[in-house]
Write a protein that binds this ligand. Structure first.
Ligand SMILES: Cc1cc2nc3c(=O)[nH]c(=O)nc-3n(C[C@H](O)[C@H](O)[C@H](O)COP(=O)(O)OP(=O)(O)OC[C@H]3O[C@@H](n4cnc5c(N)ncnc54)[C@H](O)[C@@H]3O)c2cc1C
Length: 574
């Protein structure tokens, strides 16, 4: 044992796995990858190689809820780059944020843990995947969950007729209502990522003989045999140090399977660099086509978020932490250190309001009192899934970081991120180049489908109405910072043109990237089958949010873990 905290995390360098053979090679130790690698390596007779682009970063600081959710922190594990111009949003370029660290998104996200609606999975079943109905996936959610008792609270939404959802993760949770959200926080008020939950240091150390974890290692490509016979089998994985200056390539042999867990933006990149993807795109980059699979990187789906922000007194906002005198910051730090309390212990989001379009009046501001909060089970799943989520946040929720710092960093800001949960808009992930260090070109396609606009309008109108209600109830809202409509008094009076202009100016990613290697038949832009096997490849699966047949109507990390639990079982069965 080494001073002061015991043995270090057993991170290996890429050269240590060179020329060795492994039963399973897991590419990416993110949210799903950590869960999957943990389950596969439970069997002491199985060898697993995990290749992760980022470090383990196994530090105490990385578990402080608020601090670890700050995606702008240089050492937090988040990286960002500009997306391609958003055609339907004034050609703006939003920032793409993703995690490059063990635990992936679950290390840097806002810690909300929601399964989504039971009807989301019944909808997957209705789309042709009967083994992914809610009944079928429920045991895999339960396997990785442990719920602690937390005090519940509510807000003005109740006064507007929304009921309180006592447990959003219950199978019969109403589709419309306001809920306190489950979060991945321990009894000790520390973040529990999938890295902490599935591959903590003790587990990684105890399995060192059969589980090799190479960090700061980027996968370059998967090498196949059997191309001439049309029987493609992954034989080797080629990888290198994540240090761009390092040139040497290393190789590991695959005995059973390769499982790509590189996330909705990373998995298409790994597949395309391996020659699996849309023929024309691969040829454009001079990549030999191993299998023409047009679905790879197509169909990228993301919830569309529109931030509506108000100025509030500094003490009501997270800006209170950054603008407070040094002494206040030190006090907060010691409160957390000794008592695990104070502002640092609080997750960034704890509450959400969910609603279906069918439950709202035409202008989106009134709840139909006569519509039941949950449609009967006999109704099609689609009609039982919420269309809108309003996320109250104590920050500006802007994706324009420069504007955020210029306008909002010194004042108190409260916002509602008005979110479209079942968008028809689709984007793409494509190679920017064949350099594996380059980030992929991400076209979000936000609002590319005009049918998303009415939902976006309703979400914004409802947020404005809620802001009005909160002000009337005594919440100290000072002024609207982002939306200054002609009529300040009556939210319902905003013209459609005003709203649409605002939406196009502000719409942004919610970082809920999904469906870019989706489960569907090959001729319907599908990439994997119902057992997550890539079409036409004998021993390659994809396991992360990219395989969702359709985006779920809530936050994505819980379904990512569920997919990993299932994938581990599929791999073990075969
Ligand atoms: C800022 C932010 C806040 C969010 N908030 C929430 C929230 O509160 N609740 C929620 O449920 N969801 C939230 N999400 C979304 C959620 O975290 C993600 O959808 C989920 O974590 C994705 O899991 P994944 O396994 O698909 O991919 P990831 O967790 O992104 O894992 C992919 C991993 O693959 C690695 N990788 C990529 N390419 C390569 C390569 N070539 N070689 C080796 N490794 C590679 C990456 O480094 C990464 O570690 C948030 C996301 C972000 C970015």
């Amino acid at each position: 044992m080494r001073w002061p905290f015991g043995d270090q995390y057993p991170e290996r360098r890429p050269e240590e796995a060179h020329a060795r053979s492994y039963d399973y090679v897991v590419i990416g130790a993110g949210t799903a990858g950590c869960a999957l690698a943990s389950r596969l390596s439970e069997d002491p007779n199985v060898t697993v190689l995990v290749l992760e682009r980022g470090p383990a970063n196994d530090t105490w600081m990385s578990r402080i809820p608020l601090a670890s959710s700050n995606i702008l922190r240089a050492d937090g594990g988040a990286t960002s780059w500009n997306c391609e111009p958003m055609r339907a949003c004034d050609d703006r370029r939003s920032l793409v944020f993703r995690a490059e660290v063990m635990g992936g998104g679950s290390r840097i996200n806002s810690m909300v843990y929601t399964r989504g609606s039971a009807a989301d999975y019944d909808d997957w079943a209705a789309l042709g995947h009967p083994d992914w109905s809610y009944e079928k996936v429920l045991p895999y959610f339960v396997r990785s969950e442990k719920t602690l008792d937390q005090p519940k609270f509510t807000d003005c939404a109740e006064a507007m007729g929304f009921i309180r959802i006592s447990d959003t993760n219950a199978p019969d949770a109403p589709a419309d209502g306001v809920a306190t959200l489950d979060t991945t926080v321990s009894e000790n008020n520390q973040r529990v990522s999938t890295f902490d939950a599935f591959l903590p240091r003790e587990v990684a150390l105890s399995r060192e003989k059969t589980l090799t974890i190479c960090t700061k290692t980027i996968v370059s490509r998967i090498k196949f045999s059997g191309q001439e016979k049309g029987d493609l089998r992954a034989e080797e994985v080629i990888f290198k140090s994540a240090d761009p200056k390092a040139k040497e390539l290393f190789t590991a042999k695959v005995k059973k399977e390769v499982i790509v867990c590189s996330g909705s933006l990373g998995s298409p990149q790994v597949l395309m660099l391996s020659g699996i993807g849309p023929r024309a795109h691969l040829e454009e980059h001079g990549i030999e086509v191993v299998r023409d699979l047009p679905g790879v990187g197509s169909n990228l789906t993301d919830h569309i978020g529109i931030p509506v922000a108000w100025e509030v007194p500094l003490k009501e906002s997270l800006a209170m932490v950054s603008t407070s005198p040094m002494l206040q910051g030190v006090v907060e730090f010691f409160k957390y250190l000794f008592f695990r309390t104070g502002v640092l212990a609080i997750p960034i989001q704890t509450l959400s309001l969910f609603v279906r379009m069918t439950s709202l009046s035409a202008d989106g501001t009134e709840l139909h009192r006569d519509v039941p909060h949950q449609a009967p089970q006999s109704d099609p799943p689609r009609s039982r899934i919420p269309d809108i989520e309003l996320m109250p946040l104590a920050t500006s929720a802007m994706d324009n970081i420069e504007e955020h710092f210029r306008r909002f960093s010194k004042i108190g800001v409260f916002s509602i991120l008005a979110t479209v949960l079942q968008p028809a808009s689709r984007g793409t992930v494509r190679l920017a180049s064949t350099n594996l260090h380059d980030k992929p070109a991400v076209e979000f396609g936000i609002l590319s489908a005009p049918s998303d606009l009415p939902t976006a309008r309703a979400a914004v109108r409802l947020s404005l109405k809620l802001g009005d209600a909160m002000k009337a109830a005594g919440f100290p809202i000072l002024r609207n910072l982002t939306f200054n409509p002609a009529s300040q008094e009556d939210s319902a009076a905003q013209s459609t043109e005003e709203l649409d202009k605002f939406i196009r100016e502000r719409a942004r990613t919610t970082y809920h990237y999904a469906c870019s290697c989706r489960m569907a038949p090959e001729d319907n832009l599908g990439v994997v089958d119902d057992k997550l096997r890539v079409h036409g490849l004998r021993n390659v699966r994809v396991c992360d949010t990219s395989v969702f047949p359709k985006i779920t109507s809530s936050h994505l990390q819980a379904p990512a873990v569920m997919v990993a639990e299932r994938c581990a079982e599929f791999a073990k069965e075969s």
